[in-house]
Design a protein around this ligand. Structure first.
Ligand code: F3S
Length: 638
């Protein structure tokens, strides 16, 4: 029986387990990436392991998220990241060099390799034929120390692409169509593997737009084969030697299948506030648009911006609408500057931002109150833009440019002839903003400004736990509820005592003080607790405040893994209705905890002392996860 491409790469990296969907496997990691918002913690964790030099083939530290320097905090973080990278064998991509996923695709990605990144859009690397997975920073730190990465073997979905895209329809519309069909939960426990004759009609950056936003499906990752198109892209990046051909066997077997006829697609748009609320642009055309933002790791490649420049050339943007562009990388921006496209953009009225995540992570350019913002980004959760009541739409660069010209949502096909833009035969190669690791690491002093605080330590599980229910929350609590982001809070990412003061800030601002005063406790949640991003601070900061367990009706996958990594027990109600019986302030006990968890018990009892109640809880943990929890977290365990 033939193998699909996913199975081939996993088989070549398999360290433990069997490739049976649902079973735990461990794979060797070839490359890692971090960004600054998750990187400082990841490197503190790596440092705590006492490994002098990374054991991966390649590790890169990017600075692209918190680049505003309105105080010393972000500047401290950047200097720490630069010096610790030099000391431990890590490449450092300086602020302004570009967004991690775009730069990694350009300069480092290699077909057939595994990439683990502490950013949920790491699957962008699937566009070049890598098995690229997003994870918490601690998992990345462990991979840098040469240990394998543990994951549940996903199902592999064959996404067969037929035909070719019509003018004004682009890669973003392909992934919006997949989101429309499968929803934001449709990829959970799955890898989407793209095949079929339509693949050869898509460039590597187009493929990367599709794999990037596969993250919004909840997928483990997405991947394209490595073919002549991949070879041409690598050759244009001066890296043809990194190319290997890779594809599924002709008789490969898949767990599920999906077919998309590229020629049948039309311009699509995701409506507020979810990336799967997708409709054709023509259905909501005419909606006045206040702001257009083009950029992010989804759509800021050379071709994306060249096409926007071609659409805007000789025209002016509508007076009602503000248009901001954040190029994906310095390579892209410099090429636009050299070939004149930048002048076309500026002359049309574009406001140019740094080559960073920028507005995608709420760093400036919040829309006006109740404003409509059309963005080429990948997420439009309520409030993420920085304006609580903004209406954020997600679309292709073509749709975004059309809205900027007309001041309203416009089907771009109405603009007339489609400007042809092709990939260059040679990209501009200048890696001067990527600093290689130091040749003499012993001479490097790691710079730790006051924003770099020591790592809090996890405590081993107590033999028996007694504590208070600190908070009870409802369904679909996101990692944003648990640990909010934004330009005030993000700079505190390396300072857990300070950032922990914002835990559950919107839900109950008294929570941090109460947790510290009570010496910790437990949190009770409803369904899908911890949905959203891979943000490990949503587990690390509660750990610092003394949270020992979260008892919920169900958990989101990555957050549950992060809770375990930081020694917080994720427990589920055996009977959903027991959720009603517990209230904030209840005194609870978990008897024989170490004994039961260590012995592999699948159920433990929760005693609610003040109500004289016994509630059965489910313990769904692998032997490895049990050992991690007993040790007080992954770092202690490693
Ligand atoms: Fe940055 Fe937004 Fe991508 S925060 S890494 S551009 S999802």
């Amino acid at each position: 029986m033939g193998m699909n491409l996913t199975q081939k790469i996993i088989a070549a990296h398999l360290v433990e387990g069997q490739m049976v969907p649902g079973q735990e496997i461990a794979i060797k990691i070839d490359q890692t990436l971090t960004q600054d918002a998750t990187g400082t913690m990841a490197y503190l964790q790596f440092e705590a392991m006492g490994v002098p030099r990374v054991k991966t083939e390649l590790s890169v530290s990017y600075v692209d998220h918190n680049t505003l320097q309105t105080g010393f905090e972000n500047a401290d973080d950047h200097l720490f990241l630069q010096t610790i990278a030099a000391k431990h064998g890590i490449y450092f991509s300086r602020p302004g060099n570009g967004i991690c996923h775009q730069v990694h695709l350009e300069r480092f990605g290699k077909p057939g390799k595994t990439l683990l990144g502490s950013d949920s859009h790491t699957p962008t690397g699937g566009g070049i034929g890598m098995l690229a997975i997003g994870a918490g920073g601690l998992d990345v730190a462990v991979a840098m120390a040469g240990k394998p990465f543990y994951l549940t073997m996903p199902k592999v979905v064959k996404v067969e692409l037929l035909g070719r895209l019509s003018p004004w329809v682009s890669a973003k519309d392909v992934i919006l169509e997949v989101l429309r069909r499968l929803s934001v939960k449709g990829g959970v426990g799955r890898i989407l593997e793209y095949t079929g004759p339509g693949v050869a009609t898509l460039t590597v950056p187009e493929r990367a737009t599709i794999t990037n936003m596969g993250a919004e499906l909840g997928a483990t990752t997405s991947i394209f084969p490595s073919d002549e198109i991949t070879r041409a892209f690598l050759a244009a990046q001066g890296r043809e030697e990194d190319w290997v051909p890779l594809s599924a066997d002709p008789d490969a077997v898949y767990d599920e299948e999906l077919t998309i006829d590229l020629s049948a697609l039309e311009p699509l748009i995701a409506c507020p506030h979810s990336p799967d609320k997708v409709v054709p642009v023509r259905e909501i055309a005419g909606l006045p648009v206040d702001q257009v933002a083009i950029g992010s790791c989804t759509n800021s490649s050379y071709v994306d911006l060249m096409r926007v420049a071609a659409i805007l050339r000789g025209k002016k943007i509508h007076p009602r609408t503000s248009l901001v562009i954040s190029p994906g990388s310095r390579q892209v921006l410099t090429m636009l500057a050299q070939n004149g496209a930048l002048a076309d953009l500026l002359s049309a009225g574009v406001r140019l931002l740094e080559c960073t995540c920028g507005p995608c992570i709420g760093m400036g350019q919040a829309p006006p109150s109740a404003g409509v913002s059309v963005r080429t980004f990948n997420r439009n959760f309520e409030g993420r833009s920085g304006t609580k009541d903004a209406q954020v739409y997600l679309a292709s660069p073509e749709v975004a440019a059309a809205a900027a010209l007309t001041g309203q949502l416009t089907d771009p096909r109405e603009l007339g002839a489609y400007p042809e833009v092709t990939l260059p035969e040679k990209f501009l190669l200048d890696d001067s903003m990527i600093i290689p690791p130091a040749a003499a690491p012993e001479t490097v002093e790691v710079r730790r400004g006051p924003n770099i605080k020591p790592l809090p330590k996890g405590q081993p599980l107590p033999a028996e736990y007694r504590g208070e229910v600190l908070l009870k929350v409802g369904d679909n609590i996101t990692t944003d509820h648990i640990m909010p982001a934004g330009s005030k809070i993000l700079p505190l990412r390396s300072n857990i005592p300070a950032i922990s003061q914002y835990v559950f800030h919107q839900v109950d601002p008294e929570f941090p003080a109460r947790a510290l005063a009570k010496g910790g406790g437990v949190v009770v949640g409803g369904q899908n607790y911890g949905q959203g991003s891979s943000r490990e601070h949503a587990a690390l900061a509660p750990m610092y405040l003394g949270v020992r367990a979260v008892i919920a009706q169900s958990f989101a996958r990555i957050h549950r893994a992060n809770l375990i990594n930081f020694g917080i027990l994720p427990l589920t109600f055996a009977r959903a209705e027991d959720y009603e019986a517990i209230e904030q302030g209840d005194i609870i006990r978990l008897p024989e905890l170490v004994e039961r968890i260590g012995a592999g018990a699948e159920e433990i009892n929760l005693i609610v002392e003040n109500k004289n109640l016994t509630i059965p809880l489910l313990v769904d943990l692998t032997p490895r996860q049990r050992a991690i929890l007993l040790a007080g977290g992954l770092l202690n365990y490693v």
